[in-house]
Every structure is written in structure tokens, then in C-alpha cells.
Write a protein that binds this ligand. Structure first.
Ligand SMILES: [Zn+2]
Length: 215
């Protein structure tokens, strides 16, 4: 994937790609194919910490300080290992959904077990004179990070507009299509869309040339 134009457009935040419209799909996209091949962006807990802040799951100073303290803890390393394994099982489920079938019973059972273990809380807050419902997230230990992640995973697996969950036509990135027509084809115009347009143009030019040669 070409990063330069995409970086300029703000699709990359702190080294992570955010084009999916859903944090849980952005999580799948933390293993993109870059120039050197498939690249694990969540290489250690510090990287996960940066991703959680970039995606907005962690925002309070208190939580940020806790995450910083967990960087070298074995519990945090275990959590990251489990999260990455879960990300790959969820990727399989998303592939199945994109093919029009339902996720496996195993992933549903896993998500349900974690939902019961790490329930999400919400609070109502006043903002700009309006009341908004906000997720209340106050992690005490690394595994509490499952809370918001599993909540988003459950919402994705039970998504009604399943046809809007798609993979880019030319790379490994998944996204939720929020366009009016539902006709989005690329992870991003800057990354794959333009590449496709350029190669289609070159193909047309080549075809015209060989057509001309024959005449
Ligand atoms: Zn793409």
C-alpha cells in the first residue's frame, strides 16, 4: 500500500490505518500488507497502547497512565497475545460474513463468554446542551481492555446491514461502507482506488495501442 498520499489525508494516525468506519474493523486492519509484506502493527503492548488511544477507546488521563505502567507487565503481554489470536478468529468470521454466511458457533460462544465476563457500562452526559450516551470505561487491569473491544465485536457480528461489511477489492483491508449508495470498493482512494484507476488507464492505453497495431 502506498502510504504517502494516504498519510497526508489523515487516514493514518500514529502509524495505524483508520479507514474502516468501525474500530473493530480497524483492529483487523492492524495487520496490513505494506511494501515488505504482511506487517504486524501491534508488535508489543506499547503499540497496542498507541492504537487504543488513536482509535479513541482510551481517552482519560487515568487510563493512559495505567496503560503506560502496564507496558512491561506479563499480564499485558498475555492480553496482547490473546487479543491478536482473537483478531484472527474474528477475521475468519468477517470473511464468512462477507461471503454471505454466518459466523461459526465457536466465535459466537467466545464473544458471548467474554461479554458476560467484561460487561460494558454506559453513562449519560451533557455535551453542548444535549444529552449523549457514552461508554463508561474504567480499566483496572490489562484484561479489562476486552470490555470495549468485545462490545464492538458483538455489534459487528450482529450487524443488520451485513452487506456493508466488505473487503477492499485490491488489498487485505476490511471496512464498513457508510456511503449512501453502498458502492464503496476500496480501503481508500489514496491507497488502492487510484492505483486501480492508473492500471485501468494503462490497460486501456495498451489495448488501444495493440488494436492500432493490428490495423
Ligand atoms: Zn485496499
Amino acid at each position: 500500500m502506498a502510504r504517502t498520499a494516504s498519510q497526508d489525508s489523515g487516514e493514518w494516525v500514529d502509524g495505524f490505518l483508520f479507514v474502516a468506519n468501525r474500530p473493530i474493523l480497524d483492529l483487523l486492519n492492524t495487520k496490513p500488507v505494506l511494501a515488505g509484506g504482511p506487517t504486524e502493527l501491534l508488535s508489543d503492548f506499547h503499540a497496542l497502547e498507541r492504537w487504543l488511544i488513536a482509535v479513541g477507546i482510551v481517552s482519560s488521563t487515568k487510563a493512559k497512565n495505567l496503560l503506560r505502567r502496564w507496558r512491561t507487565s506479563p499480564e499485558a503481554a498475555t492480553f496482547l497475545k490473546e487479543l491478536i489470536a482473537f483478531r484472527e478468529r474474528l477475521r475468519d468470521a468477517v470473511f464468512r460474513m462477507e461471503d454471505g454466511s454466518t459466523p461459526s458457533d465457536q466465535i459466537i460462544e467466545e464473544v458471548n463468554a467474554r461479554l458476560l465476563q467484561y460487561p460494558s457500562c454506559a453513562l449519560i452526559r451533557k455535551r453542548d446542551g444535549q444529552l449523549i450516551r457514552e461508554r463508561f470505561f474504567d480499566p483496572q487491569k490489562p484484561e479489562d481492555l476486552w470490555g470495549p473491544i468485545i462490545d464492538d465485536a458483538a455489534a459487528l457480528l450482529s450487524e443488520a446491514e451485513i452487506h456493508r461489511i466488505r473487503k477492499c477489492e485490491s488489498c487485505v483491508v476490511h471496512f464498513f461502507d457508510t456511503s449512501k449508495k453502498g458502492s464503496r470498493r476500496w480501503c481508500s482512494m489514496n491507497i488502492c482506488g487510484n492505483k486501480f484507476k492508473v492500471s485501468a488507464y494503462q490497460r486501456r492505453k495498451r489495448d488501444n495501442r495493440s488494436h492500432g497495431d493490428r490495423n
